[in-house]
Write a protein that binds this ligand. Structure first.
Ligand SMILES: Nc1ncnc2c1ncn2[C@@H]1O[C@H](COP(=O)(O)OP(=O)(O)OP(=O)(O)O)[C@@H](O)[C@H]1O
Ligand SMILES: [Mg+2]
Length: 262
């Protein structure tokens, strides 16, 4: 068996505030996969991604990136990952070209190599005409694409995207899907979180659903959809897609949903 891109075992996280965000999560993302991590607001998705990318300290458990333990081989594990975080976190006064080229610097890529690579990435992502304007002048969707270009500058083998299409219009979202599909075809593994379930259904082979810090489902998208209960949903009067209905069944008692707080 080939080494998985990501192997998480019994991951636990309690924040300093006392919030238990992860209660023992185990997850495997096969190499070359397009993997969806789904879950309601506050389920623990960004916490997992933060730990995998060493931005957040875990409480216990283990994480391996292509077989490299993040505790023992942090530098090695880091080079494999490209991260598109949930929050926009570039300097708004900087130009997109500089944002991407400077990121290359963190990975030891000389400017002479990073420059043409950054120009190609930005052009491919539709930012060719914006690359030398201050980043703050980009629209919301353009800023998301800048985040993707920046994450790809060191040609990572594993791209992690935390809600990359939040606030991106339908047409652009579809072109981003095409772009991401193209990347997986080149052998890059992708882990994606999204609240657009249709997006996960279109793109992803495997899916995990997390709810209140625990994995509620992990398997193929096909197996998840097969859990759909036609009769049950007709009785309950649901009107969503199959995936939406299965998702709601698995997560309906979400702690952070306004209804649960009543
Ligand atoms: N820095 C922090 N300090 C304390 N609690 C936190 C912190 N970050 C997240 N949490 C809590 O941990 C839990 C999981 O949050 P997380 O951001 O991982 O959820 P998420 O699944 O990414 O949600 P969303 O879909 O809204 O982005 C939530 O209860 C959240 O309030
Ligand atoms: Mg999040």
């Amino acid at each position: 068996m080939t080494t998985p891109a990501l192997e998480i075992q019994d991951l636990k996280k309690t924040y300093a505030t006392g919030t238990i965000a992860l209660k023992g999560v185990s997850l495997t993302v096969p190499m070359g996969d397009f993997f969806a991590l789904l879950g309601p607001n506050g389920a623990g998705k960004t916490t997992i991604i933060g730990i995998v990318t060493s931005l957040i300290n875990k409480t216990s458990g283990s994480v391996k990136i292509f077989g490299h333990d993040i505790d023992k081989e942090f530098e090695k594990a880091k080079t494999y990952i490209g991260l598109v975080g949930q929050e926009l976190n570039f300097n708004p006064f900087e130009k997109p070209l500089d944002v991407v080229v400077n990121q290359g610097g963190y990975y030891g890529i000389p400017r002479s190599i990073a420059m043409p690579r950054a120009k190609k990435l930005l052009t491919d992502l539709g930012l060719g005409e914006k690359m030398t304007k201050p980043a703050m002048t980009l629209s919301g969707g353009m800023k998301r694409r800048l985040m993707i270009a920046r994450a790809l500058i060191h040609s990572p083998r594993f791209l992690i995207l935390d809600e990359p299409t939040a606030g991106v219009d339908v047409e652009l979202r579809r072109s981003m899907w095409e772009y991401l599909r193209g990347i997986t075809e080149q052998g890059v593994t992708i882990l994606l979180t999204t609240h657009y379930l249709e997006e996960a259904e279109q793109l992803c082979k495997h899916v995990a659903i997390i709810n209140k810090g625990e994995i509620a489902f992990s398997g193929t998208m096909q197996d998840l959809l097969a859990m759909h209960d036609e009769k049950g949903s007709a009785k309950e009067g649901y009107r969503g897609s199959k995936l939406e209905e299965v998702f709601l069944n698995l997560t309906s008692d979400s702690a952070d949903s306004p209804q649960a707080e009543k």
